[in-house]
Design a binder for this molecule. Structure first.
Ligand code: GSH
Length: 242
């Protein structure tokens, strides 16, 4: 069965965490974000999977993965499911739980990154919350970013391997890579400072980028560039001083 990925068109967002897993595994998938509306893709795909095609267990938001009759929402749940099937999750129960915990924390991290430009809420425009965004971004840069990267650095060093959990690449490594890339795009100055204190995280992200399937994907037209519609947005006024 071909996996089907439903996500917003034109932005990497959280959908990219799922895409990276599918790309690393080299499996076939339909990416509705990349299909035109008239072929059931784009926004119409999102509307369909959250509505008419949701069945009795509707997801609240995308990304959503469909595998046959199974429809899964929530990025960490999707990755847990795919991880088992694609060899991107640990085998031991305690390692599986640890990997899931890391992924959930990376999800919290992405929420905080999103909230730097939308502190009052996603239903308002950035232009309607600029002063609040400045304050929120300052706290993020000065307190939360070093704290979160410091935790990831501890996790990467403590694992004692090339990867966050166990001795093979896993879905959490792929999401960590996306977070590092997104931070470098959104906060080039703050990320440079914070990443200088997290060398194991930087090394691990570089290892992900070098994986053959990921390296091929990154230069393909399937890889969506970061932009100001997504989760990782570059607004120079939120990046602080050099
Ligand atoms: N915790 C969810 C968050 C999902 C989420 O916030 N999706 C965004 C796009 S990245 C969305 O479509 N939000 C619409 C909404 O919350 O109404 C996950 O990890 O998948």
């Amino acid at each position: 069965m071909t996996y089907e990925l439903f996500y917003w068109p034109g932005l990497p967002g959280r959908g990219e965490c799922v895409r990276l897993a599918l790309e690393e595994a080299g499996v076939e998938y339909i990416d509705y974000a990349r299909l035109p509306e008239e072929k059931g893709g784009g926004v119409s795909g999102v509307t369909r999977i959250l509505g008419a095609e949701a069945g009795t267990r509707p997801s609240f938001a995308v990304p959503v993965l469909r595998d046959g009759s199974l429809v899964i929402g929530q990025t960490p749940a999707i990755l847990q499911y795919l991880g088992d099937r694609l060899g991107l999750a640990p085998r031991e129960p305690s390692d599986r739980l640890w990997c899931h915990q890391i992924q959930l924390t990376l999800g919290d991290f992405m929420d905080e990154i999103h909230d730097t430009h939308h502190p009052l809420g996603a239903s308002l425009y950035y232009a309607d919350q600029k002063p609040e965004a400045r304050k929120r971004a300052e706290v993020f840069r000065e307190v939360r970013l070093p704290k979160l990267l410091g935790w990831l650095e501890r996790v990467a060093v403590a694992s004692g391997s090339h990867w966050l959990v166990g001795d093979r690449v896993g879905y959490a490594d792929l999401t960590l890579f996306q977070c590092v890339e997104g931070l470098k795009y959104a906060f080039p100055k703050a990320a440079r400072r914070a990443l200088a204190e997290a060398p194991a995280v930087v090394t691990l992200a570089a290892r992900v980028a070098e994986r053959p399937n990921i390296a091929a994907y990154l230069v393909s037209d399937r890889r969506l560039a970061f932009n100001e519609d997504g989760l990782f947005r570059h607004y120079p006024e939120l990046d602080g001083e050099a």
